[in-house]
Design a binder for this molecule. Sequence first.
Ligand code: BGC
Ligand code: ZN
Length: 338
Amino acid sequence: MKAVVLDFESRRLERRDLPEPRLERATDVLIRIREVGVCGTDRELASFSFGYPPAGDSFLVLGHEAVGQVVGTGPAVTSLSPGDWVLPSVRRACDPPCANCARGRRDLCLSGGYRERGIYGLHGYFSEYAVDSEQDLVRVPADLLECAVLIEPLSVVEKAIATAVRMHESGPRRALVIGAGAVGILAALALQARGLDVAVQSLEDPDHPRARIVRAAGIRYQASGGGGEADIVIEAAGAAEAAVTGVRSLARSGVCALLGAKGAPAGMELLDLIVKSQTVFGSVNASPESFRDAVIDLGRFDRRVLGMMIRRAGFGDLEHSILGPLSDTPKTVHVVGE
Ligand code: BGC
Ligand code: ZN
């Protein structure tokens, strides 16, 4: 079968022919991949700044945002049958499992020994077929198929928002999202669906296609900030400066979630956090509950807006997603099979 892999010896991203995976354990499910979404993580993996192949292999099949159809099941599989549409979760438990991995919260793995499909130590889904355990697959309602590839990034957002809302003691009313990529726009939609007054702030100028998507959803877009008014801030921009802007935008008792920022920010006054009772936290990956929330939320978002977020590319059209310049459309999705 055809696949897209990162070769860690030649340090190249390439198309490769691989043997089809087979059902091995009784709980295994064979899926035919329909499409794979690409995100900033894949672009960084392709620059070999992190990630590693499975033990014994020198290459890693890329892709962790996938939608597929069940084509075969092991004898112990009870909840899925051929024809069902599914989406794999990304993270797999550490071994032996820590307390959190053991209770199904691999997103909070305590040992750091977790693996992630298409990222750390396990092959991903940028291939025609993949095998997963029944418990690692999320069922996709057939009427969500066209936008289901957004469920994985949305699950990451759902977890961060649920955590932020829980931490905000007096009930948040105003929210600010920093960054107008797929994660930022999904965060804005999810906050709006919870009834918050939302704005998105990003570097793109106001007539950029991403800014237009935000406005098409009825959400304010701003190229620079007011400051000091947001009860919840979601940083989805990837830069240290965005984290600083986010924290500066917090109201008293505000909560800021960092989803992408890296580096050591300059210009953050820690005493401000203390005297204003503000919270800053980091969040990664998703819980089973946030996958369920993502499926529910996706079903109530405006389909026209979701359609504007996605552009589809051919199987190996990597210049237009991973290797080339960033597309104006937030989510590039490679069509693998129908
Ligand atoms: C994925 C997460 C994953 C994270 C870190 C993100 O792109 O959506 O599921 O945990 O990368 O590897
Ligand atoms: Zn991703």
